[in-house]
Structures are given as C-alpha cells and as structure tokens.
Design a protein around this ligand. Sequence first.
Ligand SMILES: [Cu+2]
Length: 100
Amino acid sequence: MTIDSIGTEPARIVGVTSPAFSRIEIHESRQEDGMMRMRALPELRIAGGERLVLQPGAVHLMLMDPKASLRLGDTVTVRVMIDGGESIDVLLTVRLDPNS
Ligand SMILES: [Cu+2]
C-alpha cells in the first residue's frame, strides 16, 4: 500500500480496522543484532508531500485473527483512520509475499 500525504501538513494514521480481521496493528520491521524484529507503532506520521510505502520487511500492516479463511485472490476492505476523524477504505487482494 502506498500512502501520499498531500498538502503541507503532516498526515497521521491513527488506526486501521477491517471487518475481515479481529485486529490490525501498524508494525515496523528492522534488523536488531542480526535478527529481523517487528515492533508495533502507535501511529504513522507522514510529512506533507511525502510518500510512505507499506510493505513486508519495512513498515507494514499486521492483519491478525482473520474472521474467515482467506484464499489467494480474495479481497478484503481495510479502513485507514486519519487524525481528525476522516477515514479511507482500501480494497486489498490476498497474494503471496513476493519476497518469500
Ligand atoms: Cu508485523
């Protein structure tokens, strides 16, 4: 997922939900002592005019506890909540991790 912050003010993503998952966290992967570790971030901040790419091995969404089994090609809606009360619904397609 690619998120562009349009304008001059920073955009803050304060939460992500989906009817298809019980819980979604914002995670960051990074190397620590030679091991890849993930940590949860309370929010994402994107400076005005900047682009953030969410992807495996970097900042990503961790979709946990699916409410039904998903197959390749299925689509799920994810709601990205922005500071100030706005939200954006994004349609995601289930696919294999290209890095694995
Ligand atoms: Cu994760």
